[in-house]
Unconditional design. Structure first.
Length: 110
């Protein structure tokens, strides 16, 4: 059972493990098995993401872009007063139609 759960992605493994624990708890209650083998498996720890800075959160709110797109932004992407973004998810789904979207973003001078 542990090998089967290890072959699944983290989120699916977590959900399957919880479901199997419930099923085997019911089976133990009904006397169909002696113990719960699903409860003996090790729960996977999901990766924790690094948190954004306040500036990155502000940029995400202004531009309405995804987390991955915010992380890939560079100052070189600002041309003629506009921020040019190629959304990673869109570019992955449709590589032949790599569209850019312009966002009028005024950068404060330091």
């Amino acid at each position: 059972m542990a090998e089967r759960l290890d072959s699944l992605p983290a989120r699916a493994a977590k959900q399957a493990r919880a479901y199997l624990i419930d099923i085997f708890n019911h089976a133990v209650t009904k006397g169909l098995c002696v113990d719960n083998p699903a409860a003996c498996t090790i729960a996977r720890i999901e990766k924790k993401r690094k948190r954004h800075t306040v500036n990155a959160i502000d940029l995400a709110l202004i531009t309405a872009q995804r987390r991955a797109d915010i992380l890939s932004m560079k100052f070189e992407d600002v041309r003629d007063g506009h921020l040019y973004v190629i959304q990673q998810k869109t570019a992955t789904l449709r590589p032949s139609t790599r569209s850019t979207s312009a966002v009028n973003l005024e950068l404060p001078s330091a």
